[in-house]
Design a protein around this ligand. Structure first.
Ligand code: HEC
Ligand code: HEC
Length: 199
């Protein structure tokens, strides 16, 4: 009897956890389809190259950016208005969702330009004092908790962010990236952006 009662209890716990996980998934999918999909794609693959890919992006980095959009620390249209409507729980759920989505890298055509980018990425530029990107973003470009994944991102978004750091239009936590980006030449920006898009 005791055994039956405890099995029943376990069964109930199992059923509740299956159902709550399920409704959590449904809720996050509803959020994504209604609020993010049109620009970032259902799986974070981005509907167009003007929107950043979110698939496989690190969870804490995604959460931080969404909170920075919400507080207005990172100012950019239309993300401030969108993030303002999200609760902390929704932000965490969205970050978890996009982190788990698979991402295919871009096919790189200009191999010579990408080779210049690979050099900058792995070795930096000692002649102008640029640190290797890999020392923070990882050799494979997958980043760490708070250092964003660059691997597979759109080339155009990467180069725009690098210019944004230099011009300080990317307004949140730009100190480290400002000191690096302002030393990059246009050729280096194009090259490194192309290289990481193919990682
Ligand atoms: C109307 C288009 C649009 C919609 C809808 C939209 N976004 Fe964005 N999002 C953008 C643009 C544009 C940027 C890039 C801004 C920039 O250049 O810095 C961006 C940037 C981001 C970033 C920063 C990425 C990075 O690598 O730093 C995150 C995270 C993000 N969006 C999450 C979301 C989530 C989650 C939703 C849904 C709740 C959403 N966005 C809905 C257009 C959109
Ligand atoms: C000392 C560590 C460090 C080095 C070296 C570094 N980065 Fe970063 N990078 C960061 C951090 C931290 C952020 C996130 C800033 C934030 O929280 O908003 C970042 C953000 C970025 C972003 C924005 C990504 C996004 O999804 O919006 C790009 C692009 C970038 N870095 C490119 C580079 C390139 C290219 C190099 C090499 C030339 C480089 N970084 C070197 C630490 C570094």
């Amino acid at each position: 009897m005791k055994f039956l009662a405890s099995s029943f209890l376990l069964y109930c716990i199992f059923i509740t956890s299956v159902y709550s996980e399920d409704s959590g998934q449904t809720l996050v999918l509803k959020l994504v389809t209604e609020n993010c999909q049109i620009c970032h794609g259902l799986h974070g693959e981005a509907s167009s190259m003007i929107y950043p890919r979110l698939a496989g992006q690190n969870k804490l980095y995604l959460e931080k950016q969404l909170n920075d959009f919400k507080s207005g620390k990172r100012k950019v249209d239309p993300m401030n208005d969108i993030a303002a409507t999200l609760t902390t729980t929704e932000i965490t759920a969205l970050a978890e969702y996009f982190k788990e989505q698979p991402l295919k890298s871009h096919r790189v055509r200009d191999k010579e330009l990408a080779a210049v980018g690979k050099y900058i990425f792995n070795k930096g530029n000692k002649f102008s004092g640029i640190a290797a990107c890999a020392s923070c973003h990882g050799e494979n470009g997958k980043g760490t908790d708070l250092r964003p994944r660059l691997a597979g991102q759109h080339k155009r978004y990467i180069s725009e962010q690098l210019n944004g750091f230099t011009e300080r239009t990317r307004s949140n936590d730009n100190a480290v990236m400002y000191s690096i980006a302002q030393k990059l030449t246009e050729l280096e920006i194009e090259a490194v952006a192309l290289y990481v898009s193919g990682l």
